[in-house]
Design a binder for this molecule. Sequence first.
Ligand code: ZN
Ligand code: ZN
Length: 283
Amino acid sequence: MKQQLIGSHISTTGGLHNAIERGTSIGATAIQIFTKSNRQWFEKKISDADATLFKTAWANSPIKEIVVHAAYLINLGSSKPEVEEKSIKALTDEINRCAQLGIRYLVLHPGSHLGAGVEPCLKQIARNLDTVFEQAAPDVMVLLETMAGQGSNVGFAFEQLHTMRTLTRHKTRVGFCVDTCHIFSAGYNINTEASWQETITAIDKVLGLEHVKAFHVNDSQTACGSNKDRHAPLGEGLIGLATFKHMMLDQHVAHIPKILETPSDPAMLLWAKEIALLNSFIQ
Ligand SMILES: [Zn+2]
Ligand SMILES: [Zn+2]
């Protein structure tokens, strides 16, 4: 069967370009990175020299797709005006950093309403995405991630994600990232072949599979419907290894890059093993 793009979230310690070599060393053909600390609002600009180093290393590697994950602090749906303001600036900055590195996809946790209610929050997020798109570099797509439904996070139902995209004026710049642990925790069962197919059909119907540009491939420590975000190594959680085999064999999603966020060790041995395992399902 055709090769698929598989990899994991890779550290950029020591310089952005180091992620390319690290990813290559574990057999990755797609990776995810942070372009700045994920727990800080802002960081110094990427120098032209560093951007060139990164792009050259990437071009000379087997890595075909790189997605960026935005900082966790960003909350476009916050009911606190100062957080909302800062989030708009920070997301604009994240998009500009992606553009500088030649990266086309930025994964974003849509936001949380902090008690203000889901519906107004979805509207606010869509409005703020428009503000961001109108001031940020073009050609970078924001991928709204499916959430587990912890706390007051929105985006745990496919309909909510669809609503946010529908409400923006810049739909071509909004796609989705499906996290297998999160959708399972949110209540979409995927632990049998039949339920996997049912959930993929639901994603296609509500979101459109053509708008899903990345998968986060994680097993779940907690049960379907638990609304908890606890990643487990593949086959060591309640989703189970068989589902990840169905995923690899499912031609509807074969073209979508698959990124592991399982709890690997610093030497990335777990990821190397899981990448090989996923590849073995299609050989
Ligand atoms: Zn995420
Ligand atoms: Zn998660």
